[in-house]
Write a new protein. Structure first.
Length: 140
C-alpha cells in the first residue's frame, strides 16, 4: 500500500496548502476481475458447498491477494501566494490522474482558476494572493 500522502511547498511565495483528507477508493478497484469469481466452484445459477466462502489459498491464482491497487482521492485547500499556488505531492504517489479546482470566493483571482501539473508538481493558476481554492486530486 502507498504511504500517507504528503504536500511540499517550495517557497512562501507559492502559498500555503492544507491536506483536508486522503482516501483510497476501494470499491471497484481497477485491474482486477475477482468480483467475477463469486461461484467459481459451481455452475451458475445457484451454488453449492463452498460457494461464496472466503479462503486463503496461495495456489489459487483467482483468489484475492490481500491488496489490489486502487485509485486514491485527496482534498486540498490552497491559499494563493504572490506566485499563485504551487506544491509537490509525495508519499508513495505514482501519478496524478485528474485535478478539479473550485473556489468559494466571489472573486478568487484575476483570471479563471485552473491547474497545471508536471510530474507530481501542481500549480493552481489564476489564484490571487491570499485567496483560497479547493482541489480534488485523483491519483495512483
Amino acid at each position: 500500500m502507498a504511504s500517507e500522502l504528503t504536500i511540499t511547498t517550495a517557497a512562501a511565495a507559492n502559498g500555503t496548502n492544507t491536506l483536508v483528507g486522503a482516501w483510497e477508493l476501494r470499491a471497484g478497484s481497477h485491474d482486477t476481475e475477482e468480483w467475477l469469481d463469486g461461484a467459481s466452484d459451481t455452475s451458475y445459477p445457484g451454488g453449492g458447498t463452498g460457494t461464496f466462502q472466503a479462503h486463503n489459498d496461495a495456489l489459487n491464482t483467482s483468489s484475492a491477494n490481500g491488496y489490489d491497487p486502487a485509485p486514491k482521492m485527496a482534498l486540498i485547500n490552497c491559499e494563493g501566494g504572490s506566485t499563485n499556488c504551487k506544491f509537490t505531492l509525495g508519499g508513495g504517489i505514482a501519478s496524478i490522474l485528474s485535478i478539479f479546482v473550485t473556489s468559494g470566493e466571489a472573486s478568487p483571482g484575476t483570471a479563471v482558476l485552473g491547474t497545471t501539473e508536471s510530474s507530481l508538481e501542481v500549480t493552481v493558476t489564476g489564484l490571487a494572493d491570499g485567496k483560497v481554492a479547493d482541489l480534488m486530486v485523483l491519483y495512483n
